[in-house]
Design a protein around this ligand. Structure first.
Ligand code: MG
Length: 282
């Protein structure tokens, strides 16, 4: 009799940030990562996009990248699982949007915007956020097309902002934000104001769904990112990959529970070289 209690297969899940990680930070293009993406597909690895981007933006990128895997949006505040994916059975009661079961964590954007308005009134903080801009203005700031900017503005549980006040005012702002049950985290381009959610928590949550759906499998996780908001995800992966970001004064320096690998180049070229090398060795 064969003992079927042991784990019979290894599955790979790649959690990746988009901006300045899989996507070039100027052109939003991933062409240089194509060889590694093909390799993932051949290995049957899951490509889980994990970004500060919105549900609408991630639907678009998942379609373009051809990934049928779940994705994580708004820095962990949004989780979306395709209806056709086996792990969608873990959340049968969640609402259905454009072929995805979706759930949200943290605070609603309305509550976050209300808190920003109150803080501006009470303390006179100078800052601007997505809610202050039209799609055209956001496009001019970010290089996104108007259609892309429209998708970026459809936020549910977070608000990206630009800080326009002094560093000492920022210390006070951060304290007031925390007092209201929110936090500020640094993305590549914006500060993100949100509830107590994190890409790392969403990653953990998804991994639990995977493990419940495939009890016979062991999972090897790989996480890639370039910014502070990726740090938790990178450190809890089996293989955490830091993509250098020339815009930051220093690239993330992390200690992980698994192995930490520093990519030799920024953006999709760095993504490609580390992922290709890793999958050749696995
Ligand atoms: Mg990034």
């Amino acid at each position: 009799m064969v003992n079927r209690s042991f784990k019979q297969e290894t599955r790979f899940i790649v959690f990746t940030d988009l901006d300045a990680t899989l996507l070039d930070k100027h052109s939003y293009d991933w062409a240089h990562a194509t060889p590694a993406l093909k390799m993932l597909e051949n290995k049957g690895a899951e490509l889980v996009l994990s970004s500060s981007k919105t549900f609408s933006e991630l639907c678009y990128f998942a379609g373009k990248l051809g990934t049928q895997a779940p994705f994580i949006g708004e820095n962990g505040g949004v989780l979306a699982i395709p209806n056709s994916h086996p792990i969608s059975r873990q959340i049968p009661d969640e609402p259905n949007h454009q072929g995805y079961r979706t759930l949200t964590n943290g605070l609603s954007r309305d509550r976050i915007l209300l808190a920003i308005a109150t803080l501006r009134d009470e303390f006179g903080f100078r800052l601007q956020g997505f809610s202050d801009w039209s799609a055209l203005e956001l496009g001019q700031l970010t290089g996104l097309s108007v259609a892309q900017a429209e998708r970026a503005l459809r936020r549910q549980v977070s608000e990206p902002i630009l800080w326009q006040d002094s560093p000492s005012q920022f210390v006070m702002f951060e304290r007031e934000v925390e007092r209201r049950g929110m936090k500020v985290i640094r993305g590549g381009r914006f500060l993100h104001l949100m509830g107590q959610t994190d890409k790392a928590d969403a990653m953990k949550q998804l991994l639990e769904y995977y493990e419940a759906s495939f009890p016979q499998a062991t999972f090897t996780t790989i996480a890639l990112g370039d910014s502070q908001n990726d740090a938790g995800m990178i450190t809890q992966a089996d293989f955490g990959i830091v993509i250098p970001n020339s815009k930051h004064s220093e690239t993330l320096v992390l200690e992980g529970r698994g192995e930490i690998i520093y990519a030799p180049q920024a953006g999709p070229s760095g993504w490609n070289s580390v992922v290709s090398e890793l999958f050749e060795s696995l």
